[in-house]
Ligand binder design. Structure first.
Ligand SMILES: N[C@@H](CCC(=O)N[C@@H](CS)C(=O)NCC(=O)O)C(=O)O
Length: 199
């Protein structure tokens, strides 16, 4: 299998964590994305031009990160990261959706900040920041329910927080969110999370 990859992508990171937890790293060949022109897209393997994508042995291309993670979960040998059915499945997928939306808002803010002079939108960036902060506040309220569970929802939360540290460190999301900060410190020490941290 070929994973089209970008070292700093928080979406690719979720796939890498899933691959590590399922002992699949040695079955995956890494293909670097093409960052020569951000306006052309960085991955020709998908119509969206984004990473990650996973090309299977039969040539079929899977995307986006959630689909790839569930595929790896279905063929791997680790404990399942996707509850099979019932209320727990919807809870975990909704947690994933919140963390994914927060990550997407952070990524769009980051892109806005590197656009050529005059092409960004400060008011839309402020809207994205509000959305990120609302997600952080909800995470602080519900983090006790995450416990020490490892699933696609808690993985996505940890990647969202890691990306926040990496791109928006000075905003100090830990301030006023002590429970989330304590949970993240424990969770981020897990080998699959520590090994894939953006540097
Ligand atoms: N929903 C997608 C989001 C993927 C995404 O936004 N990837 C970014 C990298 S962090 C990308 O490829 N950006 C390049 C572009 O949009 O041209 C997923 O979960 O895989």
């Amino acid at each position: 299998m070929k994973l089209c990859y970008s070292a700093l992508s928080p979406f690719v990171r979720r796939v890498r964590i899933t691959a590590i937890e399922h002992n699949l790293l040695d079955k995956i060949e890494i293909v670097d994305s093409d960052h020569s022109d951000m306006f052309k897209g960085i991955n020709p393997a998908t119509p969206l031009g984004k990473v990650p994508s996973l090309t299977l042995e039969n040539g079929e291309v899977l995307f986006d990160s959630l689909v790839i993670c569930e595929y790896l979960n279905s063929i791997g040998s680790g404990p399942s990261l996707f509850p099979a059915s019932g209320p727990e499945r919807w809870r975990v997928l909704t947690l994933h959706a919140m963390a994914d939306g927060m990550t997407d808002a952070a990524y769009q803010r980051r892109v806005d900040s590197i656009l050529p002079e005059g092409e960004g939108s400060p008011s839309w960036s402020a809207r994205l920041k509000l959305s990120m902060e609302s997600c952080l506040d909800v995470m602080e309220q519900q983090v006790e329910s995450y416990a020490d569970d490892l699933n696609i929802g808690t993985i996505a939360v940890s990647c969202a927080l890691g990306y926040h540290d990496f791109r928006f460190g000075p905003e100090q999301w830990r301030n006023g969110r002590p429970k989330l900060a304590a949970w993240y410190e424990r969770f981020a020490a897990r080998p699959s999370i520590a090994q894939t941290a953006p540097a």
